[in-house]
Write a protein that binds this ligand. Structure first.
Ligand SMILES: Cc1cc2nc3c(=O)[nH]c(=O)nc-3n(C[C@H](O)[C@H](O)[C@H](O)COP(=O)(O)OP(=O)(O)OC[C@H]3O[C@@H](n4cnc5c(N)ncnc54)[C@H](O)[C@@H]3O)c2cc1C
Ligand SMILES: *[C@@H]1O[C@H](CO)[C@@H](O)[C@H](O)[C@H]1NC(C)=O
Ligand SMILES: *[C@@H]1O[C@H](CO)[C@@H](O)[C@H](O)[C@H]1NC(C)=O
Ligand SMILES: *[C@@H]1O[C@H](CO)[C@@H](O)[C@H](O)[C@H]1NC(C)=O
Ligand SMILES: *[C@@H]1O[C@H](CO)[C@@H](O)[C@H](O)[C@H]1NC(C)=O
Ligand SMILES: *[C@@H]1O[C@H](CO)[C@@H](O)[C@H](O)[C@H]1NC(C)=O
Ligand SMILES: *[C@@H]1O[C@H](CO)[C@@H](O)[C@H](O)[C@H]1NC(C)=O
Ligand SMILES: *[C@@H]1O[C@H](CO)[C@@H](O)[C@H](O)[C@H]1NC(C)=O
Ligand SMILES: *[C@@H]1O[C@H](CO)[C@@H](O)[C@H](O)[C@H]1NC(C)=O
Length: 534
């Protein structure tokens, strides 16, 4: 903190010099880390993988995909195919000081964060790098409530073990920054009680959560978990985008079986026509989609699994007429007060504290986000934990590198809008609390919010300002697209394990539960096959 104030006092030249120094130190540090050789073999050379066979193929080296691959590698050979590059050595990913920078500079095919705008007009991002969205997110780590775990029907003991497995490697107890301490006071002053101190658990009141940023300000992504299995039995193919699943036995009345994948090299020029293939060994393994809430339904559709009418529009041969693929897309609506930062609070700051209201209805957090490379803005933000509104996902093109078309229908259901009015009142209480108000000391960018008061004005505010907390889920829901074991209905050898399977988000921020889910489903598969006794 003292260092940060010092730098703030000297202005941008020193700041730039400092960042360069940091970058240099970081690069020298991170290459040492890779030479530690405990990470699996990583390659961007598609021809090295083409034509080879593996026991399991995990599509998407993201939040759920990496812990899943690590767990399966304890007994089997695993190929992980990730469309993005490596997170190691990229300071925008690894340094907390650069938190949010990756969202500032995006392009269509190669940036670490892929931007998309929903049909609702809301600006969103998703990770495109090994580590997935854990490489670009806020790092706030909080387990799901026991209530949520029971509702989903998971084994509570295994859930606990899987969370602990994740926490042992990538989660830290944070040292509160000044702004986070202010948020903590503000939440308590606004009456979000009791005070629970530091805890992983999702409990009512105000708490400090875990963080994937460690005490040295280094981010740990899900990719770090690849070291936890048998890295020698994992191959990570980077910069390769999966186009579709290869099936055997389709169209003759026999059950369709996944046999492998078709992929293209992501670093190609976009006009590339050459397709590569990789296969499953005939050992009873699976292709497992862990490509996220947008990626997994997109790949199913591209593979001919989805609503027949939609697939025909795009000329995709129908493998399975599965009407629910891409349905039930949800995102938690949020609203925020945004305040331009004063010079002394210009550094990005990831959320470390959360206010969880009675009945787990709303979550309040505060951060500091860059809006350019030298200016930041301070949001105080609230999200609705369990929205009812749903939308859908469809393809716009058969190019797997492009975003599918997504709508979430934010606040379309009356109940969600009524809840948003309550969120707005809560936001006023927190932002108007003595601690927060004194710290900010500035007029909020959307100051009319403070003057307006009628429910109708609040509705209008909600309609105009609804934003994402980046917690999208759905599209391959359990019970509609996959069964309780996360196997795709109607196809053998194919599973989906990631946020697309959630019918509702875990109430709290979902990263912890998706990391847990990867480990959990990996252990379940090993158990099913009699490979382990734990
Ligand atoms: C900006 C931001 C901030 C957030 N902050 C927090 C937070 O502080 N705390 C929290 O708990 N949650 C947070 N979240 C939400 C959380 O990070 C996500 O819900 C979670 O990481 C999603 O996990 P996933 O496994 O479903 O997908 P992802 O982690 O997104 O993984 C999907 C992977 O699949 C790859 N992929 C996709 N398509 C293909 C393809 N065709 N071929 C090959 N690979 C493919 C992608 O590149 C990616 O690596 C945030 C999210 C964002 C975007
Ligand atoms: C990798 O897994 C296979 C099972 O497919 C096993 O036979 C082999 O011994 C494993 N290799 C290593 C290095 O553990
Ligand atoms: C992989 O993709 C990343 C991100 O686009 C890029 O920086 C990197 O150079 C690529 N690597 C190779 C070997 O193509
Ligand atoms: C399809 O599956 C059958 C039965 O498992 C197998 O004999 C055959 O070799 C497979 N075909 C291909 C092309 O993999
Ligand atoms: C699978 O298809 C073959 C011919 O295509 C047929 O002979 C066989 O009976 C079918 N098996 C099942 C289980 O339907
Ligand atoms: C791809 O092809 C189109 C049309 O032929 C061309 O305009 C475009 O520049 C090409 N893109 C690249 C990256 O070469
Ligand atoms: C596909 O499924 C939908 C909904 O289940 C059904 O209405 C439609 O008739 C099916 N189409 C075909 C070709 O079977
Ligand atoms: C931020 O950087 C831009 C371009 O480098 C410069 O024009 C601007 O004055 C800077 N703003 C501040 C607040 O330092
Ligand atoms: C769909 O694709 C067309 C043509 O490529 C493009 O003009 C349009 O903007 C796309 N729509 C969306 C919602 O991405």
């Amino acid at each position: 903190m003292a260092l940060q104030q010092h730098i703030a006092a000297y202005g941008d030249k020193l700041l730039a010099a400092f960042f360069l120094l940091l970058l240099f130190l970081h690069l020298s540090h991170s290459s040492a880390h890779i030479e530690g050789a405990s990470l699996p073999h990583m390659t961007s050379d598609a021809s090295e993988i083409a034509g080879k066979s593996y026991d399991y193929i995990v599509v998407g080296g993201g939040t759920a995909g990496c812990p899943l691959a690590a767990t399966l590698s304890e007994k089997y050979s695993v190929l992980v195919v990730e469309r993005g590059g490596s997170p190691y050595g990229n300071p925008w990913i690894t340094e907390k000081l650069f938190y949010g920078f990756s969202l500032l500079q995006t392009d269509e095919f190669t940036s670490v964060a892929q931007a998309f705008v929903t049909e609702d007009g809301v600006q969103c991002h998703r990770g495109r790098v090994l580590g997935g969205s854990t490489a670009i997110n806020g790092g706030f780590y909080s387990r799901a409530s026991g209530d949520f775990v029971r509702r989903v029907g998971w084994d509570e003991e295994l859930v606990k073990e899987a969370y602990e497995w994740v926490e042992s490697e990538v989660v830290s107890k944070p040292e509160l920054t000044m702004w986070q301490a202010v948020v903590e006071f503000g939440l308590l002053e606004a009456g979000i009680l009791p005070y629970n101190g530091f805890t992983w658990e999702h409990v009512e009141g105000t708490k400090i959560g875990g963080s994937t940023f460690d005490a040295w300000g280094k981010r740990h992504t899900s990719a770090d978990l690849l070291q936890m299995g048998n890295p020698e039995n994992i191959t990570v193919l980077l910069n390769a985008t999966v186009k579709s699943i290869i099936f055997n036995g389709s169209g003759d009345g026999n059950k369709t079986i996944a046999r492998g994948i078709t992929f293209i090299s992501s670093s190609g020029d976009g006009n590339q026509t050459y397709d590569y293939e990789a296969y499953l060994n005939h050992h009873g393994g699976d292709v497992i989609l862990s490509a996220g809430a947008l990626g997994s339904p997109q790949i199913l559709l591209l593979s001919g699994i989805g609503p027949e009418t939609h697939l025909s529009q795009l000329g995709i041969p129908v493998v399975l007429n599965s009407s629910k693929v891409g349905h039930g897309m949800k995102d938690n609506p949020g609203i925020a007060l945004l305040v331009d930062s004063k010079p002394e609070s210009r550094f990005p700051d990831a959320p470390q504290v959360a206010g969880i209201t009675k009945g787990f209805e709303f979550i309040v957090e505060g951060g500091i986000l860059p809006v350019s490379f030298n200016t930041t803005r301070i949001p105080v933000a609230v999200k609705l934990a369990f929205p009812e509104s749903k939308g859908k996902l469809e393809l716009n093109t058969t190019d797997p590198r492009r975003n599918p078309v997504v709508s979430f229908n934010y606040l379309k259901k009356d109940r969600d809008m009524d809840q948003c009015v309550k969120m707005a009142q809560l936001l006023k209480r927190v932002a108007g609390s003595p601690s927060v108000a004194i710290f900010l000391g500035y007029v909020p960018q959307n100051k009319n919010f403070f003057l307006s008061s009628s429910d109708e004005e609040m509705r209008e505010f909600c309609r105009k300002n609804v934003r994402t907390f980046y917690h999208y889920h759905g599209g391959c829901g359990v019970g509609s697209v996959v069964d309780e074991d996360y196997r795709v209905y109607g196809v053998d050898g194919l599973r989906v394990v990631d946020g697309s399977t959630f019918l509702e988000s875990p109430g709290t921020n979902p990263m912890a539960t998706l990391l847990m889910l990867g480990r959990y489903q990996g252990v379940e598969i090993l158990r099913e096959r009699g490979e382990v006794s734990y």
